[in-house]
Design a binder for this molecule. Structure first.
Ligand code: WTA
Length: 675
């Protein structure tokens, strides 16, 4: 928490929220908070009595079909229990429906209000869907799913591009109490297969093809490839996106969306579920090769997505939020789908890329629809900054009040560019720190309220008590000006509840490494004024262009190639993508790569292997063929040594004499230098 008052923070160089911020919000809407002092007051309440604070928020902001009996259980333990490590359950005894909260209640009030602005890959091919139209389509798709046998508690796999049907699908699933499991459409058939099997999904929803950046992706073909090894899948519902005729089709199993949807009436009532019933699974990468199905439950997640959209981005019902993220990742879940709709605002669904047909695409969209909140990952901003400010200058961006950043630290020069060229020094930059597992922002400035420093995510959101822990002793580091690993002391409503079918792995990954805390996996510092600075992952996770990748998962993919004996994958800094992936690979037959042509050919094959096993976005930027990998005497690969060599810090390798093969170090240095 800030230890100084606002005036002092501002005098010492923190940036003031833009002047006139509140005057520019939609007419007839009141500010949610008056000022920073009110944030401090509410924050204190949320930590002192989280049950009371969030109960009140849940009653005021969500619609319940049955009111809850307890704000949270266990009631008397405000922090994680050091013995059991269990997370809390929220709003126990309550019943509600997620789709009702996102769509019905707004459709009832204002059916003609735009819910979705669809901006297709080709400019001018999009359209607007109102809350009334959205509700009708959702109800029809819900009936298709029911007809196919989907029941409350079943999982449905979704492999769709960024089109309105992605939102319709998610809402149709949760309307009948089922659980969605979205698989990012950049994943390969092998990854899709593993996730369908792990979640035991029997129905898959996809499209014939996808369009992105002017390119066609053969989506259904990838699904069919995956389904060769998913005997449990009974049906595939296919949305016709391009209508190209040559897509594979299995009669009896595959159904066209447009043929099915018209068979059904425009309304069915939503199914109420319990607060703690699962809402969705989202697979994410961790320290081991096996992806984790992060499980979010209904009421707590909804409240987190709703409140952060409202307070962090200052979203009022008449605002138009453009989150340039994919629904295949958590950012798309919380800030393309749930957050905006729960607040009754309009959300932009953008199918394309920032560079197609040219680097002005985002700004053209902002100008065209008068977007009020824009949210993107720094990797896209780096690309656009490099392309040049001429692509942004000629657009009217004066509608923008909030500019969000997510997924990786935003370097001060990129922050300044965002502020100056996009925000025109008149929008509030909100660097939001959070994770798939946290469900919604946990450290972020509140737009219009919180002073900021370029590169810091500033202060915790309501109900989050961040702790910086010494990674060696596990002791909390008290006070300001400290650096360590970032943990959270107390459970909060939108934190993940489990890893699908593997609660013990959930405890082992997040709640047991530092008993009594939730462990984020990130390093962080709290500066002299109490601002938080995220320093990056301390585990084997690499952030490439805002995509979270597990080095272990890439290693498991490489080993699938018949020539590979073993590999070690590490991240290294990259100007454009934040981090990039380097793979050190030792082949079974070392004579194979003695000549350069042969070595290049093998490297290409290895890249194809990763693309096939995981997806194109995971392909290593650099492959280094080596004789051996540095190992401890117990056989553990020392990835730290490879990181240091890649960073050109071979003078900081420390004592390598304890390695079982110390000679390998010079060999690695030579290979990196000659690459
Ligand atoms: C990183 C994305 C610095 C962090 C929402 C985290 C960030 C991981 C920020 C989660 C930020 C996210 N500044 N780093 N503002 N936001 N990260 O699950 O390492 O895809 O642990 O969720 O992204 O990635 P995930």
């Amino acid at each position: 928490m800030p230890t100084k008052d606002l005036d002092l923070l501002l005098r010492e160089g923190a940036l003031q929220p833009p002047k006139g911020f509140f005057e520019r919000r939609p007419p007839n809407s009141k500010p949610f908070l008056k000022n920073f002092d009110e944030y401090l007051k509410l924050y204190k309440q949320s930590i002192d009595d989280p049950e009371k604070f969030f109960s009140q928020m849940a009653i005021e902001n969500l619609s319940w079909s049955k009111k809850f009996d307890y704000g949270r259980l266990p009631t008397n333990e405000k922090i994680f229990n050091k013995e059991t490590c269990d997370a809390a359950a929220w709003f126990v005894g309550g019943e509600l429906n997620a789709c009702y909260n996102c769509v019905d209640r707004h459709a009832l009030l204002n059916p003609n209000k735009p819910a979705i602005i669809y901006e297709a890959d080709e400019p001018n091919e999009g359209y607007i869907l109102t809350f009334g139209e959205l509700l009708k389509k959702i109800c029809q798709v819900s009936q298709i799913l029911k007809q196919l046998g989907v029941k409350k508690g079943d999982t449905v796999a979704v492999y769709l591009p960024m089109i309105p049907e992605a939102i319709i699908t998610l809402m149709a699933i949760v309307r009948i109490g089922a659980i969605h499991s979205v698989i990012f459409a950049g994943f390969s058939s092998a990854s899709l297969r593993d996730r369908i099997i792990d979640a035991n999904s029997k129905i898959v929803i996809t499209s014939d093809e996808s369009k992105r950046g002017g390119k066609i992706i053969e989506t259904k073909k990838i699904v069919d490839e995956a389904l060769k090894q998913c005997p449990a899948v009974t049906n595939v519902l296919v949305f016709k996106r391009t209508g190209n005729s040559h897509i594979p089709w299995t009669k009896g199993r595959d159904l066209w969306w447009h043929e099915e949807i018209n068979k059904y009436i425009p309304y069915i009532p939503p199914t109420a579920v319990s607060s703690e019933d699962p809402l969705f699974l989202l697979y994410t990468s961790g320290s081991t090769g096996k992806p984790k199905g992060v499980q979010h439950n209904t009421a707590g997640y909804l409240l987190g997505a709703l409140l952060t959209t409202k307070y962090v981005f200052d979203v009022h019902p008449d605002d138009i939020l453009f989150t340039a993220g994919d629904v295949g990742w958590i950012t798309g879940h919380s800030y393309v789908v749930y957050g905006p709709l729960l607040n009754g605002a309009t959300t932009v669904v953008f199918e394309g890329t920032p560079a197609y047909p040219n680097y002005s695409r985002y700004w053209e969209i902002v100008d065209k629809y008068k977007v009020t909140q824009f949210y993107v990952a720094p990797t896209a901003l780096r690309l656009l900054k490099r392309a040049g400010s001429k692509y942004v200058e000629n657009y009217d961006l004066s509608s923008l009040r909030t500019l969000g950043s997510v997924g990786e630290p935003i370097a001060p020069e990129v922050w300044e560019w965002y502020n100056e060229f996009v925000g025109r020094n008149n929008a509030h930059i909100c660097d939001t720190y959070w994770q798939t597992e946290t469900g919604s922002h946990i450290i972020a400035p509140l737009a219009g309220i919180t002073p900021t420093k370029a590169g810091s995510a500033s202060f915790p959101f309501f109900g989050i008590d961040p702790v910086i822990v010494d990674p060696v002793s596990g002791e909390e580091l008290i006070g300001n000006d400290v650096e360590g690993v970032l943990c959270v002391r107390n459970p909060w409503p939108s934190m993940a509840r489990s890893i699908w079918n593997d609660y013990n792995r959930f405890l082992d990954t997040y709640l047991k490494p530092f008993r009594g805390y939730y462990f984020t996996g990130d390093g962080a510092a709290r500066d002299k004024d109490g601002f938080y600075w995220i320093l990056g992952r301390v585990d084997d996770v690499v952030n490439v262009s805002g995509h979270r990748l597990s080095t272990a998962e890439i290693e498991s993919a490489l080993i699938e190639h018949h020539l590979v004996a073993e590999s070690a994958v590490v991240g290294f800094p990259d100007e454009l993508t934040g981090s990039a992936v380097a793979a050190f690979v030792a082949l079974k037959d070392k004579s194979l790569y003695s000549d350069d042509d042969n070595a290049n050919d093998i490297k290409k094959q290895l890249i194809v292997t990763v693309r096939k096993e995981i997806g194109p976005f995971a392909a290593p930027k650099m492959i280094l063929l080596v004789n051996d990998l540095p190992k401890t005497r117990s056989g553990k690969i020392m990835r730290r040594i490879m990181r240091k060599i890649l960073a050109g810090e071979e003078d900081q390798l420390g004592d390598v004499s304890t390695l079982s093969n110390p000679d390998v170090v010079q060999h690695l240095i030579d290979v990196v230098k000659s690459n």
